[in-house]
Design a protein. Structure first.
Length: 374
């Protein structure tokens, strides 16, 4: 029987399409989805019957694993409780998006262990698991409604070119599929980038939408200093932290980014493009540090999400961040570990700025000693 084809662009209500896709998957049947990369075909990962159909449709060996499409980067820890920090970093920065992460995993661990045995064999056949969060609204809505993840692969026969539109997917897979969601040509028209992480390193197994150069930037560790206006405390903290981290790693400050370390600063109420306070410039110069080229920037969603460690000058700054970005809780800390604030020196004398800088440096020496840079 030929598949049902729904043109998402002409649908009266996309929610009906989502419900139909969820129902089809729950019945153990296959659905072709549009994604930002290429068209994919999926089965409910809770259905051994559906995964068997997926193998038949693809015409490939059962020892070649399918990826699991999940809802979000946060959900990855439910499936892989021991997800390494580099994988967590890439997940936060790349998902939803065109990256498949391959990570170490045993079939009985996490929520993977609750999937049917045949499904576990299909997604974790050799001690690794592929995870993906596609950047397509319909797929994400289906995942939110479905009881479990989707076993997902490209909508083509093994060895054939990827399908970049619904017509190619139908031509390739034909009667094996029950439902096709057509949303026109794929945005990128090329597959996801596949990245293997582990032991503090990554390997690009397949370069796709995301280049290896982009991966190198995205895999860097980001340490972020936050105050209010990003003209006094956090710029000084940024400069001091950069110097202390370079000292710890035994390299020049200029080589930090080559070592995969980025130090930045922002303000929760900063006006973009303001220079540093003159007193901050003078005090940093006394320490041999140059902040003259600093330009203030506000704390954005991207910065808050991408930062691996966020140090705030006060407890109030930390609370303000957590109100807006609660998922950053485990990564956000007041700089002083004695629950005291580093007060704003704005309007004060050079001596006040000097005292503030000393507090920042003393606190950073303790914090940086505790950080494993990787």
């Amino acid at each position: 029987m030929p598949p049902i084809v729904i043109d998402l662009r002409k649908a009266d209500d996309s929610r009906d399409v989502v419900h139909q896709a969820v129902q089809t998957l729950a019945e153990g049947k296959l659905v072709v989805f549009p994604t930002e990369t290429v068209y994919g075909v999926g089965a409910s990962a809770c259905s051994a019957e559906g995964v068997e159909r997926l193998f038949e449709a693809k015409g490939r060996s059962t020892d070649v694993p399918f990826a699991l499409a999940i809802k979000s980067a946060e959900e990855a820890l439910d499936y892989v409780p021991e997800l390494d920090r580099l994988a967590q970093r890439l997940a936060r920065r790349c998902w939803p998006g065109p990256v498949t992460l391959v990570v170490d995993q045993q079939p009985e661990q996490g929520l993977v262990g609750r999937l049917p045995e045949r499904v576990r064999q299909a997604v974790v056949p050799n001690g690794t698991l592929g995870l993906r969060v596609p950047a397509h609204r319909t797929v994400l809505e289906v995942l939110r409604m479905l009881a479990g993840p989707i076993a997902l692969t490209s909508a083509n026969l093994s060895g054939e070119p990827d399908a970049v539109n619904a017509e190619q997917a139908i031509e390739s897979l034909g009667d094996h599929i029950a439902l096709v969601i057509n949303d026109g040509p794929s945005r990128y028209g090329q597959p996801s980038t596949v990245v293997r992480t582990g032991d503090k390193q990554y390997e690009c197994l397949r370069e796709g939408v995301l280049s290896t150069n982009a991966l190198e930037r995205l895999s860097s560790m980001i340490v972020l200093m936050v105050c209010t206006g990003n003209t006094c405390r956090s710029p000084m903290a940024e400069a001091i932290a950069r110097s202390l981290i370079a000292e710890k790693l035994g390299c020049p400050v200029e080589e930090l980014e080559q070592r995969g370390i980025i130090v930045a600063s922002a303000g929760i109420a900063a006006v973009p493009g303001c220079g540093p306070a003159a007193e901050a410039v003078a005090v940093m110069k006394e320490k041999g540090l140059d902040v003259t080229r600093h330009e203030s920037q506000p704390l954005t969603d991207k910065l808050a999400r991408h930062a691996d460690v966020i140090f705030t000058m006060t407890n109030g700054h930390r609370q303000a961040i957590l109100r807006r970005w609660p998922d950053a809780s485990s990564r956000t800390h007041a700089l002083r570990d004695d629950e005291q604030d580093i007060q704003d020196p704005i309007g004060g004398s050079a001596g006040v700025y000097r005292e503030c800088a000393e507090q920042v440096e003393n606190a950073l020496r303790k914090r940086i000693e505790q950080i494993e840079f990787s």
